[in-house]
Write a protein that binds this ligand. Structure first.
Ligand SMILES: [Zn+2]
Ligand SMILES: [Zn+2]
Length: 522
């Protein structure tokens, strides 16, 4: 707690004035002017209250000891237990400049467009549980100075000849990069921190502990050099790009060495310092059915990062309401032969299963944290005994490309080819659907986070029935319409699975932090 020098009241950081404010005697003070005795500048640590969540083991620190009602990691509404501790002092801080009101407004704006979002997310009491948390970041400072040499060429044509002149270009490089930063907490998902970026590091202030009064903070648990290679790579690529576009060099076809290591030597890249800093984030977590969804707002810029789950009931009712008028309008303008209608439905079925499969792939990627370097690194740093499982590189052709191909093939056959040729579409349709469904079910196998498995089987069965009908070509139209209905029903089933899996993607498993002895950081 920071005491007001006038009346002994509790000082809190006030965002609008960027000062420490005492509500009892209406005094405002510069944050740097208020320090606890033990926290003088010479000391490289500072006193904090540590809050420990009994449910997930997540730890947060704060400058004051107000008991808190929510855990930001798992959304638990328990009172967290506290103790005093000392933490290493970060070098810089970006103080909050967006107030909680600004943050709530930005969040509401984003949700306004999400008509299928669950009601609970729009509840004003819930929205009020947004909390200001300082997230730890590593801040990299690079210099690239001195003489550099690289190859360049110019090509010109004279008559029938092509002339290429090769040059050895030398330059005196003087580049400096400050403010490149990466989040330093494994608990903070990379996907969220990337969405929140960038922070404007020109507003960095020297850290003083009283900035934290009234706020929470997470402590870094990733080593400073965790992202050094990434940061170096970014700096090198930037400089290389600048060199290529430099006015003096524009007319040459400049070639710089490939690869990070050779670029490092070629550009004299040097990491001058790696400093710890704290960046402001407003954080909200929503726990539902054993899963948690996060919303985060950049406390400096007001940028919102969130995954919005879908309320499946709302969604189905909404799409039915939309489907009826579309169906009526279509009926006015075109009359489809039942055989063509059946082909169109098969295409729809394939599209639905392909989306379902693509989604499973994303879930698989997320579960294995294929894209989250922070989580991978922290696991490595903890020297987990489990040998890393070999992961097959998933090689999914972009969804849209395949779909366009399928659509074109089927429409073409359905509308322009003769009756005999259009029979050929059916073996292709059943083979395609079977491939998509089986490869999707295989992906579902190792994933614990997916739902459903019945819908692809239903789609496969109904497309199978349509295939038989398409090949046999019965006289009565009723057979065709029966298959159409079957396929539509299986598509609706598939869409329900898609929504449920989408919600799995929009939420996270409840975190279990190692501090408590759990084994999964996810
Ligand atoms: Zn006071
Ligand atoms: Zn918790």
């Amino acid at each position: 707690m920071y005491e007001c020098p006038n009346c002994g009241g509790n000082l809190k950081f006030e965002i609008s004035s960027q000062k420490l404010y005492c509500a009892f005697c209406d005094t405002r003070l510069e944050p740097a002017s208020v320090t606890k005795e033990a926290d003088t500048l010479e000391n490289d640590s500072f006193e904090v209250n540590v809050f420990l969540c009994p449910q997930c083991g997540g730890e947060m620190i704060s400058g004051d000891n107000d008991a808190t009602a929510f855990c930001s990691y798992c959304g638990a509404a328990n009172i967290l237990s506290t103790r005093l501790s000392r933490e290493k002092r970060p070098k810089y801080i970006i103080p909050f400049s967006k107030t909680k009101e600004d943050c709530k407004k930005a969040y509401a704006q984003k949700l306004r467009k999400a008509i299928f979002a669950p009601k609970a997310l729009k509840d004003s009491n819930f929205i009020d549980s947004f909390r200001g948390i300082y997230m730890p970041y590593w801040l990299y400072h690079f210099t690239q100075k001195g003489p550099v040499a690289f190859k360049g060429k110019r090509t010109k044509t004279k008559g029938n000849y092509l002339y290429t002149d090769h040059y050895k270009l030398t330059a005196d490089l003087d580049a400096e990069s400050q403010g490149l930063s990466h989040d330093a907490s494994a608990a903070f998902y990379d996907s969220i921190s990337q969405e929140l970026a960038p922070f404007d590091t020109r507003n960095l202030k020297p850290f003083t502990p009283s900035y934290l009064s009234g706020f929470y903070a997470d402590v870094p648990d990733l080593a400073a050099d965790s992202y050094l290679a990434d940061a170096t790579d970014t700096v090198n690529q930037n400089t290389a790009k600048q060199i290529k576009h430099h006015t003096e060099l524009k007319s040459y076809d400049v070639s710089l060495p490939n690869g990070n290591k050779s670029l490092n030597t070629a550009l004299n890249t040097k990491c001058e310092s790696m400093d710890s800093a704290m960046y402001p984030v407003w954080f909200l977590s929503w726990q539902n059915q054993g899963r948690v969804a996060y919303a985060a707002v950049n406390g400096q810029t007001g940028k919102v990062a969130m995954d919005i789950p879908i309320d499946s009931k709302k969604y189905l009712i909404g799409s039915l309401l939309l489907a009826v008028p579309i169906f009526l309008i279509l009926n006015l303008f075109l009359t489809l032969r039942p055989s063509v209608l059946m082909i169109l439905c098969a295409v729809l079925s394939m599209t639905a299963t392909e989306i379902w499969r693509y989604e499973l792939d994303s879930i698989h990627m997320r579960e294995t944290h294929a894209n989250d370097k922070g989580i991978k690194l922290s696991k490595k740093q903890q020297k987990s005994d489990k040998a890393p499982k070999k992961q097959k590189n998933s090689s999914v052709t972009p969804l849209s490309l395949r779909l366009i191909f399928l659509w074109l093939l089927c429409l073409f056959t359905a509308l322009f080819l003769s009756n005999i040729a259009s029979r050929l579409i059916w073996p292709a349709a059943i083979a395609g659907t079977a491939y998509i469904c089986i490869s999707g079910l295989k992906m579902k196998g190792p994933s614990q986070d997916t739902k459903g498995g019945l819908s692809p089987a239903a789609v496969l069965a109904s497309v199978g029935a349509a295939t038989l009908t398409g090949l046999i070509r019965p006289v009565s139209d009723l057979w065709y319409y029966g298959c159409v209905l079957l396929m539509l029903a299986s598509v609706i089933l598939c869409i329900t699975d898609i929504i449920r899996n989408f919600n799995r993607l929009a939420t996270y498993r409840l975190p279990q932090f190692d501090k408590k002895g759990g084994e999964d950081n996810a």
